[in-house]
Design a protein around this ligand. Structure first.
Ligand SMILES: Nc1ncnc2c1ncn2[C@@H]1O[C@H](COP(=O)(O)OP(=O)(O)OP(=O)(O)O)[C@@H](O)[C@H]1O
Length: 293
């Protein structure tokens, strides 16, 4: 009997991705799979769709979108025996790059049909009001989160990754860089901006944390010591050159859990706005299986 698979498609991820989705569907059928499709109608919907599918025993639940969609699907299927698949149709698709998951529909379909899996160890951010949010790639507090919070959705759909560059330039003169108090595995630190990452890469193919791997438990914590527009410009210029981890004002360490606090500091998780500090970041209760090449 052909393997059933639910594809949770976020039509708001990336731009003009429906054609790639349809191509992948045809290819999956050709490979003997039985893909069903469910389209998200709003933020958070992917979690509900994945939860339902996992409860009905769906073998593979595929996130067709970007990192935000993957995180929502992963949150919905948490604790189940379903495996997470990915059709990278988002803007940055950092987790897909991290794991070598192909973007081309024929190769992505072949990977899903093979069904080889690895363990993925997501992170979980918690807020004092009881809110919790699972993330698969990274969480940022400070400047990069301010960029994400103020990014016009229309701009991202129109010009993709360039929208982040434009919004970064807009944000530089106006973000106030309030200090962030960091408690990393119990050690007290301070920074102007923070990224807690599962993976090596950031904002696409750019190197942030050599040695990090989302298939391993724990996080890499990147602390950006300097605030202000000039420092943000320096960090922004070093990123595409692969030099960010080597800057003297950037420190990197492995951590198991992180507590972040600060007045008026925004948070982003997997590239989507995720409220404000304070927040506590630790491992999700269970790893999940993700389909990999
Ligand atoms: N129907 C919808 N309309 C508007 N937003 C949606 C809809 N369905 C899902 N979303 C939201 O779209 C947001 C962006 O999705 P996602 O992160 O997958 O794409 P992306 O930002 O283009 O990719 P990446 O994160 O890889 O850059 C998520 O926060 C998700 O909750």
């Amino acid at each position: 009997m052909p393997t059933r698979m639910l594809i949770v498609f976020n039509p708001a991820a990336g731009a003009r991705r429906r054609r790639r989705l349809l191509a992948a569907l045809d290819l999956l059928r050709g490979l003997g799979m039985r893909p069903e499709i469910a389209e998200t109608a709003h933020r958070g919907h992917a979690s509900a769709l994945a939860r339902e599918a996992a409860a009905s025993g769906m073998r593979i639940i595929v996130a067709a979108g970007g990192d935000g969609t993957i995180a929502e699907v992963a949150a919905g299927m948490a604790g189940s025996d379903s495996a997470l698949g990915v059709l990278p149709l988002g803007t940055a698709n950092v987790l897909a790059l991290e794991l070598g998951l192909p973007r081309a529909p024929e190769r992505a379909a072949a990977v899903l049909a093979m069904g080889r899996t690895a363990l993925l160890h997501p992170g979980l951010a918690r807020w004092p009001d009881g809110r919790a949010l699972l993330f698969v790639q990274m969480l940022g507090a400070g400047f990069d989160a301010a960029v994400v919070h103020h990014l016009p959705g229309g701009l991202k759909r129109a010009i993709g990754k360039g929208a982040y560059v434009l919004q970064t330039l807009r944000e530089m003169p106006r973000y106030r860089f309030p200090p962030i108090r960091v408690e990393a595995d119990g050690e007290g630190l301070e920074a102007a901006s923070v990224i807690v990452t599962k993976g090596r890469l950031y904002a696409g193919r750019f190197l942030l944390a050599p040695g990090a791997d989302p298939r391993e438990p724990g996080f890499h914590l990147a602390l950006f010591r300097d605030g202000g527009a000039l420092a943000a410009l320096r960090y922004g210029a070093a990123l595409p050159l692969g030099l960010l981890p080597r800057l003297p004002s950037v420190s990197l360490r492995r951590v198991r859990e992180v507590r972040l606090a600060g007045e008026g500091v925004p948070v982003q998780a997997d590239g989507d706005a995720a409220g404000m500090l304070p927040s506590f970041i630790g491992p999700a209760p269970r790893p999940l299986r993700i389909v990999v090449p």
